[in-house]
Structures are given as C-alpha cells and as structure tokens.
Design a protein around this ligand. Structure first.
Ligand code: GLP
Length: 260
C-alpha cells in the first residue's frame, strides 16, 4: 500500500486525478470505478478540466458505481446515479455516455436480486481498471459497514447510525431522511479492481486512516482489507493523516516512486 500525505485536499486530488487519468488512458478496456460522497468532488473537477483541455476523456470508457441507496426517489438529487451523472456524464463533463454509467438499481422491487444482477453487470464490463474510493469515518468503503464479510459480493447492506448521521448533511440534516438500506459492491467485488486509489480528507477520517494503513486487518474496520490488495494508493490531507506514525516514510517512498 502506498500512502501520499498532501498539504491540502486540492493538491491531493490533483495527484489522484493524474493517476486516474494515466491509468484510464493506458487501459485497453478502460473501466473507471467511481465513488460518491464529498471526498472525490475535487478529483472529478480535475477530470472535467482535463477533458476541457483535451488531455483526458471517458468517451470510450465505462464507469461503474460502488453503491446506491435503496428506495430513493429516481429524481432525488442525492440518488447516486444522479450525483455521478451530474459530475461526469456528457461532452461538457468528461465525455462519459449515460448508457455506459453503471449503477445499482435502488428502485428495484427486489433489491437483493438487483444486487446480484449488478455484480454480473460489473463482470460484464471486463473488470475495473482503477477504483476510486472514499472512506467512511467508521472505516467503511462503498457501504460495507463493520463486521461484513471480506469476500462479500454486491449485496444489500443496512447502514450504521454513524453513516446515516454523517450523510444526513445531504438530506436536510435530518437522519430520518437518510435511507437505511443500500445496494453496495461487496469487499470481494471491490478487491477485484486492478488498481485502487482511496482518498480521505479531514480530521474525522483520521482514526479510519490510521486503522487502514497501520492497523491490523479486521472486519471492525472494513477498509483494512485493502492491505491485501497489491496495487493501492491512499491519498490524504494532513488532517486525515494526523494519526499515522510513519507519515514521513510514506511520503519519501511515494516521492521516490511517483512524484517528480
Ligand atoms: C458514503 C459512500 C462512500 C463514501 C463515504 C464517505 O457513505 N457510500 O462511498 O466513501 O460515505 O463520504 P464523504 O466522502 O462524503 O466523507
């Protein structure tokens, strides 16, 4: 696992965008794994800018979402399909075609069946070239909450109170408006991505980042499974990295390998 600690989230996101863009541009069958939440928004802005500059495009790519709320209205602005579409779809964004944006069907009458269909749909893309991940303050990735299986496939998950509180800022600050179920890629599904880049910013991610990078692998902190993936970069700002013991070493190593 490589770790990069940057002074600001903007610098971190610019680094992440370059890594994502070079991976997608070099891929024979480009498939970008996309995350929601506020963390990747600067990265998406960088990708839109690169598209406007003519140095990057998702025109020939597919994009695969991590998760979707169950039962959220199709026109709800926080429905993850709508969020990702607003960030990425269209010639004025990144060139991604709407029909090549894959998201779980949170409106399906049978969400369990929709989860299993989504796992098949991901496989049908040929596999994710690079997966962008955020990090929950409780250590979740996608919506894999503590105590889930490390080999889980796409499934229906119940959200912790902590996650619903964290996400209530997107739902008029009312936890009761936050759906309690989601369809999420499983940890086993996520681990099949060829590369993973995880972003974490802000002090409230510091405990989860410490566990992710320096803690034992434990279902109590689902993101720790990433220690078993051979190609992961964790990109943070200073606040999220504030509880790491070997921060200086991580930056020296990343500089030696990546930063010029
Ligand atoms: C949500 C998403 C995750 C995201 C996480 C962090 O619950 N399902 O994919 O990584 O929360 O969100 P944020 O980036 O807003 O802190």
């Amino acid at each position: 696992m490589l770790v990069g600690v940057f002074a600001t989230k903007e610098e971190a996101s610019a680094f992440a965008a370059k890594h994502v863009a070079s991976t997608i541009t070099a891929a024979e069958n480009p498939v970008l794994g996309v995350a929601t939440g506020s963390t990747p928004l600067d990265l998406y802005r960088e990708l839109r800018q690169a598209h406007a500059d003519g140095t990057f495009t998702l025109e020939n790519a597919k994009a695969v979402a991590l998760d979707e709320y169950v039962g959220i209205a199709e026109d709800h602005v926080e429905r993850y399909r709508n969020v990702l579409s607003a960030e990425l779809v269209g010639a004025d964004k990144t060139g991604l075609a709407d029909e090549r944006l894959y998201t779980p069907d949170g409106s399906a009458a049978d969400p369990f069946e929709a989860a299993s269909q989504y796992d098949k749909a991901i496989k049908s893309t040929g596999g994710v070239s690079i997966q962008i991940l955020g990090l929950g303050s409780d250590g979740h990735i996608a919506f894999n909450e503590p105590s889930g299986s490390f080999v889980s496939r796409t499934h229906v998950e119940a959200l912790t109170r902590q996650t619903r509180e964290d996400n209530s800022r997107f739902f008029d600050n009312d936890i009761n408006n936050v759906p309690s179920l989601a369809i999420t890629q499983g940890l086993g599904t996520i681990m099949e991505a060829q590369r993973i880049i995880l972003l974490a910013f802000g002090e409230n991610k510091a405990d989860a980042v410490r566990e992710l990078v320096e803690g034992p692998i434990s279902a109590a902190w689902p993101a720790t499974i990433l220690q078993m993936h051979a190609n992961v970069i964790v990109v943070t700002d200073e606040a999220a990295a504030s509880k790491l013991e070997l921060k200086d070493f991580y930056n020296d190593r990343l500089a030696a390998l990546y930063r010029s």
